[in-house]
Design a protein around this ligand. Sequence first.
Ligand SMILES: *Cc1c(COP(=O)(O)O)cnc(C)c1O
Length: 401
Amino acid sequence: MEFSQYNVNSLMYITPRPELVFVEGKGMYLTDHKGKRYLDYLQGWAVNCLGHCPDVIHDALVTQSKKLLNPSPAFYNAPMVEFADLLTKNSCFDRVFFTNSGAEANEGAVKLARKWGQLNKNGAFEIITFDHGFHGRTLAMMSASGKPGWDTIFAPQVSGFPKADLNDIASVEKLITDKTVGVMLEPVQGEGGVIPASPEFMQALRELTKKHGLLLIVDEVQTGMGRTGELFGYQLSNIEPDIMTLAKGIGGGVPLGALLCREEVACFVPGDQGGTYNGAPLMAAVGKAVFNELNKPGFLTSVKEKGEYLSQQLEKLSEEFGMQGERGFGLLRALKLGDNIGGKLVEAARDMEPVGLLINSPRPDLLRFMPALNVTKEEIDELISMLRVVIAEVKKSDAGK
Ligand SMILES: *Cc1c(COP(=O)(O)O)cnc(C)c1O
């Protein structure tokens, strides 16, 4: 089929998209409308933690869709209860509320914190968030995010999200007032360009929030579910937060998220929180199946090993081309290009023949890699050799100008 046969103008224009329509995916590969294959280091934006179309998700969807799709959120269903139980048994949290996206989970976290502030801190409601942080695209989450420009595009903002600087504990301390109820951050800023909060900073933040009686909220929409080599990113710094949000990897490709908290913080009463699809069995069954894969003996060790291998290979590539190294945890990594050639590399990689490569440039001087967590060493080698070709090509054409 030709691209012109698709009437893409029936869709709202929200982002420039290449003239490609993807029709199939398996593991680390996607196939477009012309049958061209792509090695996919986006994986639905760090979503497909087991790669495209894994059998476990197919099986869970088929089995559950024959049994029960949605009995209504007013009743318990088996996958919802069982999956919540798995999450609490494998984390420091005691209670779960399922959502349909990351932004929705974060909205829930803010509501929970504000409710807790009404009950315990004289109505304190401010949540300190961070410059360059990303928490989603609802009105409140755009206000909580620290993305340049987001403070004005849909003005007025939802108030109550003062911004501190990541890895600067004094900048957090300075913002604490009697209106503060908590601090919210990503253990690794993903959209901001794979910028890790240091373990020392996370530990200092836990101490500071404890000292002032504040809630520590971790947005693990990108870092959770094994992405960093630990099941959850907070485990990298050996701390226990009060609230955590999950999405992306938790569904392995289907819309699912979760809000988790410790028992002392679980202060919602009937009427405070809900939603038609929240905890519906079809997606919860997928979440449970994905979780059981991630939780198999040796799985997270292999994520760490693959992360280490990817890190070494990127470092070598960086030396070869005189770039500025790489950073990240596990299989969430970025290559520091040293030049603003990210956009050109993304396009040149995609256009490679006969097999294209899909990568992301969250900032012009950076490439981000978010492969499936079961990516193979061979697929990492393939990435590196494809990158070597496009970097040389783009650098050469830049030098020729
Ligand atoms: C992607 C992301 C979100 C938003 O999740 P959606 O499912 O797109 O709403 C929130 N926080 C972080 C850290 C993310 O990476």
